[in-house]
Every structure is written in structure tokens, then in C-alpha cells.
Design a protein around this ligand. Structure first.
Ligand code: ZN
Length: 64
């Protein structure tokens, strides 16, 4: 079963949630209950590729 990582746009916290295929349940932040959450792509599996966005920009610059 896939576990997706979500990032809350309201409070910035990240959390993981088990998601079933076809599940239409609304994902809400466990911290602030906000429905404004974004599914994250795993930073690890995309490490090294360009255009990752937030994941890439969160890495310390100059570290290569
Ligand atoms: Zn939140």
C-alpha cells in the first residue's frame, strides 16, 4: 500500500498518510486540520534530478 508524504500549506508541517486506490477521502493536516495539503514527491528518490522545486531548494546550497 502506498504511503504518501504530504505538506501542509497552512502550517508547513509534513506528515505521511496511507492512501488506498480510489480513496476520495479528504486529506487534512493532523496539526491544524487544514485541508490545504500538498502531496509531496519523495525527495530521496528524486535526489539528483533537476526541477524538483521545494525539495531541491531545501538542500543546503554549496554542498556538492
Ligand atoms: Zn497544518
Amino acid at each position: 500500500m502506498p504511503i504518501y508524504e504530504y505538506c501542509c500549506e497552512a502550517c508547513g508541517s509534513t506528515f505521511e498518510k496511507l492512501v488506498f486506490a480510489g480513496d476520495k477521502e479528504e486529506i487534512t493536516c493532523p496539526c491544524c486540520k487544514s485541508p490545504k495539503v500538498k502531496k509531496q514527491v519523495s525527495c530521496v528518490s528524486f535526489m539528483g534530478s533537476a526541477g524538483v522545486g521545494k525539495c531541491a531548494s531545501s538542500a543546503p546550497s554549496g554542498f556538492s
